[in-house]
Design a protein around this ligand. Structure first.
Ligand code: HEC
Length: 148
């Protein structure tokens, strides 16, 4: 009996620890995007297809496609703009040329902050795949968590 109670307590502790490390949109990513991204990807920014249609005009204003909601942001993870978020935010450490994605700079004011926020995005996305849609497997897709 005692052993059973002990294993139950250990089980509960393990579950609590696991959920404590989970990164969700509502808890961590939303405020991070609000602080670091919406100046250029906010409510006034266009939907992605509209951005692509008049790209030069938007770029002249320094505005990118809209990413200020859960639905908008996950568009850049699994499908249809597969891997865009991962390629752009990556620090380049795992690449031969070590070149970071061009949105990495916006993750923080210093390297420590950028690394900490990159870790949050990585935890949120799950499978940090840089693949484009044609190379993506069903397993790759299933590994993309993006919890709300
Ligand atoms: C100073 C303005 C600015 C900030 C801040 C900024 N971005 Fe961007 N972003 C842009 C512009 C402009 C583009 C379009 C040009 C390009 O593709 O590089 C873009 C493109 C992107 C793309 C690629 C979309 C595509 O075409 O596939 C992603 C993903 C992205 N940004 C994510 C982010 C995230 C996440 C943040 C916050 C950590 C962020 N950006 C912060 C201006 C910004």
């Amino acid at each position: 009996m005692k052993t059973q109670a002990l294993s139950f307590i250990l089980f509960c502790l393990a579950v609590t620890a696991a959920s404590a490390t989970e990164v969700t949109y509502s808890q961590q990513i939303k405020p991070l995007v609000a602080a670091r991204c919406v100046a250029c990807h906010g409510a006034d920014a266009p939907e992605y297809p509209a951005f692509k249609k008049e790209k030069d005009a938007w770029l002249a204003k320094g505005i990118g496609p809209r990413m200020d909601s859960y639905a908008h942001l996950i568009y850049y993870t699994g499908w249809p703009d597969t891997g865009a978020l991962m390629r752009r935010l990556d620090d380049g450490a795992g690449k031969d040329d070590k070149k970071p994605g061009n949105m990495y700079q916006h993750l923080g004011d210093n390297e420590a902050e950028r690394q900490a926020n990159l870790a949050l995005f990585k935890g949120w996305v799950g499978n940090w795949s840089h693949k484009k849609f044609d190379a993506l497997t069903k397993d790759d897709l299933a590994g993309i968590k993006v919890l709300y």
